[in-house]
Design a binder for this molecule. Structure first.
Ligand SMILES: NC(=O)c1ccc[n+]([C@@H]2O[C@H](COP(=O)([O-])OP(=O)(O)OC[C@H]3O[C@@H](n4cnc5c(N)ncnc54)[C@H](O)[C@@H]3O)[C@@H](O)[C@H]2O)c1
Length: 457
């Protein structure tokens, strides 16, 4: 009671463009005002009606946001099963009482009774909740199955869903730094450990083949991928394909992976013809993000991730890059999670996440994928996207400090034309419009070419 579930639930539903059901409103619409219902038929009858409405709402075929009254936890078994993600919105008893004391709520008429109920229910919330949340971003992350918390690595054993065996997959560097903590946290569930080669070498058919052949899990098992985006992409791909798909839990350790690669369910390996050409959409059972792991990340790798943080902040219209690490990761990951929940298979809106990337890909191709990191290419691409959107570029210059790159101009333009062919003959860009991000924008080629040229030394 007084946790703001209706307000927050409505906001989450709007953000995810999903229907919203407020259980109390449904009951009141069918059976009259709740205080009268309590007075005439009693609490037990109310709980029965409540359970019915909740069961119906959970059974709806379309994903739905449901605001459930705090007392529902007193009905045993109501939240068992996999269909619903239950998010507890904690509130302290003083705040809750202040918010409800002047209302007509039947169970908020007497302070002593209110406090007694509060104490009684507290442990029940912990029992039924999959996640706790204080704001819309926490609830969106929970809906996406992402758990973002400092110290999460130490609780990995409890956070990996299911009871089955776990195969831990990592790269040599991350295994050396955080592998032992992960192994300890997984405890008796840990059945096997595997190493992928470092960097993009992990995303090769040879590495996938080796991992497939080493794995011993059965279909109840879970692959836990501990590492940067290369590890999570490759291990996620192995999870999508091994035994026709087993559950997986990425534990991203780089900034790129925490705010981008491990969110949204895309997994892939590379082909000689190009990056990420073979892969699958395979949503993780849970994503465990521990921002404390970034403390061991080398500075150049951090800058790679900051390019995606700046991109995400620009899309959201908020300076995520100014936040301390925990919030910077939480807000960036939540923004991406919301976009991916709205468009999980990239049929439309998810394209906005490519802000600056059309230019970045062209520059990377012109550089022959050497001497120009993806992050630096994205930083340059963001400059072009902002200029074409008539926006100020100072944030990119100040936070990412990109320098024009020395590549062949014709080669870069040619690479961009290839991108165009792949998209029905038009060069489609993501830009920032008056009312937020726009995708599929077609501009005169001369303008695009001019901005590409400005990125080249
Ligand atoms: N699936 C997606 O949606 C998606 C999105 C963005 C990027 N990606 C992919 O992600 C990959 C790049 O990810 P990346 O930049 O994390 O590369 P990476 O996995 O190679 O990690 C970068 C380096 O940092 C090291 N490292 C990682 N975490 C560390 C830590 N906590 N402490 C010390 N060292 C650490 C790694 O060992 C590695 O050497 C690319 O292949 C890209 O295609 C995928």
């Amino acid at each position: 009671m007084g946790a703001r579930k209706t307000t927050l639930g409505r906001d989450v539903a709007r953000a995810l463009r999903r229907p919203f059901v407020d259980v109390d409103d449904v009951i009141a619409a069918k059976h009259g005002p709740i205080p009268e219902l309590f007075a005439t038929r009693g609490e037990a009858a109310f709980r029965e009606l409540e359970a019915l409405v909740i069961r119906e709402a959970i059974a709806r075929p379309e994903p739905t946001v449901i605001a459930v009254g705090g007392g529902a936890v007193e009905t045993p078994g109501l939240f068992e099963g996999e269909r619903a993600t239950v998010v507890h919105l904690p509130v302290d008893v003083e705040t809750a009482w202040e918010r409800v004391r002047r209302s007509k709520r039947p169970l908020a008429q007497d302070e002593t009774e209110f406090r007694r109920r509060f104490e009684l229910r507290a442990p029940l919330y912990a029992e039924v909740a999959d996640a706790t949340g204080r704001d819309i971003h926490d609830v969106v992350l929970a809906a996406a199955g992402a758990h973002v918390a400092r110290g999460a690595l130490q609780r990995l054993g409890a956070l990996v869903p299911g009871e089955g065996a776990v195969a831990l997959v990592s790269d040599p560097q991350v295994a050396g730094i955080h592998g032992m903590d992960a192994q300890l946290a997984l405890g008796t569930r840990l059945a096997e450990t595997h190493e992928l080669p470092p960097g993009e070498e992990a995303k090769t058919l040879a590495a996938a083949d080796r991992l497939w052949q080493e794995l011993r899990l059965d279909r109840a098992g879970t692959i836990v991928a501990l590492g940067g985006g290369c590890t999570t992409d490759a291990a996620g791909f192995a999870a999508a394909t091994y035994l026709r798909g087993v559950a997986w839990t990425p534990v991203p350790t780089s900034l790129v992976a925490q705010v981008d690669a491990a969110i949204g369910g895309k997994t892939a390996i590379d082909l000689p013809q190009g990056k990420n050409l073979v892969g699958a959409f395979h949503w993780p059972a849970r994503t465990v993000v521990d921002p404390a792991l970034l403390e061991t990340l080398p500075e150049p790798q951090r800058l790679e991730g900051m390019a995606e943080v700046v991109k995400t902040g620009l899309l959201a219209g908020e300076p995520f890059w100014e936040l301390p690490d925990d919030d910077l990761v939480r807000r960036s990951a939540a923004y991406k999670a919301a976009v991916c929940l709205r468009d999980p298979h990239e049929r439309g809106e998810r394209a906005v996440l490519n802000l600056g990337h059309t230019f970045a890909h062209a520059l990377e191709a012109a550089a022959g994928y050497e001497g120009l990191t993806h992050g630096r290419a994205v930083a340059l691409g963001l400059l072009a996207a902002l200029r074409l959107s008539d926006r100020d570029t100072s944030v990119v210059e100040e936070v990412l400090r990109p320098k024009p790159v020395r590549v062949d101009r014709e080669r870069a333009w040619h690479a961009m034309q290839r991108d165009k062919k792949a998209r029905d003959g038009e060069l489609r860009l993501v830009l920032l419009g008056e009312r937020g991000p726009e995708y599929g924008v077609v501009l005169p080629e001369a303008d695009v070419r001019r901005e590409l040229d400005r990125l080249i030394a």
